[in-house]
Design a protein around this ligand. Structure first.
Ligand code: UDP
Length: 240
């Protein structure tokens, strides 16, 4: 395997769940550190990294809506939850010696910069990992959509969706043991076969802007690093 990354700039999307640890809720600093070791591992290869972090380990708008809340309010809470996660990631990465900036789509100047596209790019060029929190800043969206949008905006070459599953399967592998994993998919095939990659808004944004998506398992050994080094056997790559 070559030791040179195949990407110059990536967008890494992680669900809030990744930070929850074994408790399934909230922020586990050990888990944050584990994640950031992986992030640092690829940053040390010279890859510019933007991270969009979700908030599902703390709050999802849908939880509130199911119990009668106004969706905009419930979603605002969710977006603010992602900022907490962003700060936890920043803390872990800085403790490992990384340089970071958190930018938020909802202004919170006492704790983070506002999201400013050119500034985000500049940070990455200077070797800082940019953690983009607050989703898109708008209710009715998800952080997958934020990742797709920001990836396009900052000219990332790919959205790496780091999950708990090592790619996209023909069916839910937990329910159907003989489900098979795709190594590559076209956007069209995802749509016709109704495969679960991202919500439709996020997916369409990627498709329309020819932004490749790589779905991989964040927790599986050094899959993230291997993917960045161009190992095609990792995860599922979706592109035109
Ligand atoms: N959210 C939102 N707009 C956005 C991104 C997120 O309203 O642009 C809210 C929404 O309520 C969502 C919550 O923030 O449920 C947490 O984000 P998400 O569910 O995407 O987090 P993840 O599942 O990736 O942890």
């Amino acid at each position: 395997m070559q030791e040179k990354p195949v990407y110059n700039r990536i967008m890494l999307k992680m669900s809030g769940e990744a930070l929850a640890g074994d408790h399934g809720y909230g922020i586990d600093p050990d888990r944050a550190e584990e994640i950031c070791e992986k992030v640092k591992g690829i940053h040390d290869l010279g890859v510019q990294i933007a991270i969009v972090i979700g908030g599902g380990n703390i709050w999802r708008g849908a939880q509130g809506v199911a119990r009668g809340m106004e969706q905009s309010t419930a979603d605002h809470i969710g977006m603010i939850a992602t900022v907490m996660n962003g700060l936890a990631l920043q803390d872990a990465l800085e403790r490992l010696g990384g340089k970071t900036r958190v930018q938020t789509a909802i202004e919170m100047k006492a704790v983070a910069e506002p999201y400013i596209r050119l500034r985000a790019i500049r940070h990455m060029e200077k070797g800082r990992v940019v953690i983009i929190a607050g989703g898109t800043g708008n209710p009715y969206f998800t952080t997958d959509t934020a990742a797709a949008l920001r990836a396009v905006e900052v000219n990332a070459e790919i959205v790496i969706k780091a999950t708990k599953v090592n790619g996209v399967y023909s069916a839910d592998p937990k329910k159907f043991p003989d489900a098979t994993r795709y190594e590559t998919l076209s956007y069209k095939q995802v749509l016709t076969d109704r495969l679960q990659v991202m919500d439709m808004t996020a997916f369409t944004l990627c498709e329309e802007n020819k932004m490749p998506i790589l779905v991989l398992d964040l927790w599986s050994g050094d899959d993230l690093k291997r993917a960045v080094l161009g190992d095609h056997s990792v995860g599922t790559l979706i592109q035109a």
